[in-house]
Design a protein around this ligand. Structure first.
Ligand code: ZN
Length: 514
């Protein structure tokens, strides 16, 4: 079956990419426009439009969540010591943390470049992002018109507003909240393989919002696939079903599907404990360090015959050591810790098998021109920036050193398909890349090394890793000055320290948002 959400996240991602590098490195701009206001229109309540103040940060319009909630009659909760505010908008809940790029919307983490700020003892958020988050992920229709300074809240046109799954003694009950009167002619139920489908003719839904509903009982996953005339709800079953029945409500347009199972229920409802476990599973507790090349693959050979494989191994080991010091609870996994060559596919396999939460691949750059210089950080994408082309070609060359059998693994695989599994992590990888690059800049800039920025590219070594991952080119060993620097222990320590700082910031931001 087509995984629709993958395709969507794939296309929506590029819009976000455009603005990213500028904002991350943008100077913290705070132009106070005293008396400037935006108009909030709530079409759901139909109340009188209200004006609230705004401020400019990072060249974007920021609004106070508290003022926003007062103007819209929605509830907020603020924890001042943690600088967090939760906004409750009907049944949607969004949590912002000051100076943190992660946002928790209905227990789902999102990452975006415009961090909330803490001003006048309260949280201010980017109006455009607030609208985008709700609009893309909930049944709310929201838009922010920057030119006219108008923020509009509405509802998407839907007739099935919600689904709720509960675990019962004799099975699992699916409650479908409907505004339209459907009959059994409109609804078909079927079970194929391990999936249970409810197809509803004439249904209109907000598929993203419904697909993210909590699962329970024998249902472990929900997918919502809208077609032109109908909507198909697909529920992944963890146990076989004995019988299924459709029940219409007596006092509303809602209806229910009961999936009967024999014997006792294996799993209880998702409780708070489960949520805690889920959070634990997300913790950044294992970091995979991948020193590029090795063994028969020397990588680039630079000035004075210095080999890429040796420099990256030295930095990798130092990085692992620093991580253990600064984050003693974190497990460090190396794809190699000596002068050997693991094939590229095996490196991501090691990362996945060890439940890695971040994957860091270390490399040195090289160019025919000895003047090429600087450090840069890449994240995996099937798209590549122009300036990434040479690096992608060079790093993917490692495949030459793999056995004929191993090389076959890469044949005929479409890169777009191969990177799909990574898309869920793309924004995280991008954010992680920006933090590491920024931190490298503060350590290597003073040595006269150039900041080449963050780029994206299709690197084989990163394909298949189910975690955010980045590839760092620490400098050009084809450049006399940088080759000398990179050979020095002092520089290697600086690089390792800088990467670790990026990891610490990422880990803090990510975990604080949970
Ligand atoms: Zn390399």
């Amino acid at each position: 079956m087509i995984r629709r959400e993958f395709i969507e996240s794939f296309s929506s991602l590029f819009a976000g990419l455009l603005s990213f590098p500028i904002t991350v490195f943008a100077k913290f701009l705070n132009i106070q426009n005293a008396g400037s206001t935006i108009l909030i229109k709530n079409l759901i309540t139909g109340s009188e439009p209200k004006k609230i103040r705004y401020k400019n940060f990072y060249n974007e319009i920021y609004i106070s969540l508290i003022e926003f909630s007062t103007a819209t009659n929605y509830r907020t909760y603020t924890n001042s010591s943690k600088r967090k505010t939760v906004l409750y908008l009907d049944r949607d809940k969004i949590k912002f943390t000051a100076e943190n790029g992660f946002v928790l919307l209905n227990d789902q983490l999102y990452n975006y470049p415009y961090e909330p700020v803490w001003v006048e003892g309260e949280i201010w958020v980017c109006a455009r992002i607030l609208a985008e988050l709700f609009n893309d992920n909930t049944s709310h229709k929201m838009s922010f018109d920057k030119a006219n300074r108008e923020f509009i809240i509405g509802k998407k046109e839907v007739n099935i507003s919600n689904i709720n799954i509960t675990s019962k003694d004799n099975g699992t009950l699916i409650h479908i909240y409907s505004d339209k009167q459907f009959t059994d002619k409109d609804i078909s139920l079927k079970i194929t393989n391990d999936w249970f489908y409810i197809d509803i003719y004439g249904a209109k839904v907000d598929s993203d919002a419904l697909a993210s509903r909590e699962t329970a009982g024998i249902i472990s996953e929900i997918q919502v696939i809208p077609f032109e005339q109908s909507v198909s709800f697909a529920f992944k079953l963890s146990r076989s079903v004995e019988s299924k029945e459709l029940i219409f409500s007596d006092d509303s347009n809602d209806f229910y599907v009961n999936l009967r199972t024999s014997g006792r229920q294996a799993r209880e409802d998702k409780s708070k404990d489960d949520l805690e476990k889920q959070k634990e599973a997300w913790m950044v507790d294992t970091i995979v360090i991948d020193p590029g090349h090795g063994g028969k693959d020397p990588g680039a050979i630079g000035y004075g015959n210095v080999k890429e494989k040796d420099i990256v191994l030295a930095v990798a080991l130092k990085l692992g050591e620093i991580i253990q010091k600064r984050l003693p609870d974190v497990k460090v996994i190396y794809t190699r810790d000596r002068d050997v060559f693991p094939p590229l596919w095996k490196r991501t396999k090691i990362a996945n098998e060890n439940n890695g939460k971040l994957f860091v691949s270390l490399h040195c750059n090289s160019n025919n021109s000895s003047r090429a210089a600087g450090f840069e950080t890449f994240f995996l994408s099937s798209e590549k920036d122009d300036k990434a082309r040479d690096v992608v070609l060079m790093e993917n060359e490692s495949i030459r050193f793999e056995s004929a059998d191993d090389q076959k693994r890469y044949e005929g695989i479409n890169f777009v398909l191969a990177t799909l599994a990574q898309n869920a992590f793309l924004k995280y990888s991008q954010y992680f890349a920006s933090l590491v690059q920024k931190s490298l800049k503060s350590k290597l800039g003073p040595l006269g090394m150039k900041d080449r920025g963050v780029s994206q590219g299709p690197f084989w070594v990163m394909v298949g890793a189910t975690m955010p991952n980045i590839l760092i080119e620490m400098g050009f060993i084809s450049n006399k000055y940088e080759a000398k620097l990179l050979k020095q222990k002092a520089t290697q320590n600086k690089i390792a320290d800088a990467i670790c700082t990026g990891i610490v910031k990422y880990k803090n931001d990510f975990e604080n948002a949970l």
